[in-house]
Ligand binder design. Structure first.
Ligand code: SAH
Length: 217
């Protein structure tokens, strides 16, 4: 199995990006980042041929790497700018974190499953992306490193966790799918004042659920 990034992979990525444009993704920085990050390296080798299809895939530990369209849509809503501090909840495969790094953000990412954390915090630097990786419960965020300009949650939450609201800068925004296990609605939570949050809703999605606590193996 070819684990390198070769012209064939680059060609497939370009097609993926063209497909995302047709589906309505407009932000050039998001499209450039997806065009750059070698998604096939994030998947189990058996799935490499599917890496550039616009589909979600299993990554082990019962979790999935989000569909490229979903990554692009959430990242576009995030309106992230270079050098901003971005907190991601749900590291998973590390793909979303790499996309944010490729956009020049300072990325902090939390995962509750030790197995995934162990894998990703070594793998990402090896392919040139260095977010700060944390093993812990994303419901709590990272209080000692707050506030964040942006927060992105990549698992479906029943409600917007209060600690995450508090860890957002005034003027910042959080993108989070909110709902039950069968469907969620994509929320953008804008913190417009110390105690003033405005929510916009951006359609239905389906994520794996955000769960409490940690899995320590
Ligand atoms: N962003 C990932 C997709 C993640 S799937 C990627 O690009 O591949 C959702 C991830 O959220 C899973 O890995 C799951 O273990 C994790 N997760 C669920 N609840 C969590 C919590 N409370 N804190 C941190 N991570 C959590």
């Amino acid at each position: 199995m070819d684990q390198n990034d070769n012209p064939r992979h680059q060609g497939l990525r370009k097609k993926l990006v063209d497909g995302l444009k047709i589906k309505g993704i407009r932000n050039e920085n998001v499209l450039a980042a997806i065009g750059e990050v070698p998604r096939h390296l994030f998947m189990d080798s058996g799935f490499v041929n599917f890496a550039y299809k616009d589909q979600a895939f299993p990554i082990g530990a019962g979790q999935t790497i989000s569909q490229p369209y979903t990554v692009a849509f959430q990242t576009q809503l995030l309106e992230v700018e270079k050098n901003q501090k971005v907190l991601e909840v749900g590291t998973g495969s590390g793909y979303q974190a790499a996309v944010l790094c490729a956009m020049g953000a300072k990325v902090f990412t939390i995962e509750r499953q030790k197995e995934l954390y162990n894998k990703v915090h070594k793998f990402l630097p090896a392919i040139g992306y260095s977010p700060a990786c944390f093993f812990g419960d994303g419901y709590k965020g990272l209080p000692t490193l707050a506030p964040f300009d942006r927060i992105i949650v990549t698992a479906g939450a029943p409600t917007v966790p209060l600690p995450l609201k508090y860890q957002l800068k005034v003027g910042g925004k959080m993108v989070i799918p909110v709902g039950d296990n069968n469907k969620q609605e994509m929320y953008v939570v804008n913190r417009v004042g110390e105690n003033d949050y405005r929510i916009e809703k951006h359609g239905r999605f389906l994520f794996v659920p955000m769960l409490k606590g940690i899995v320590n193996f």
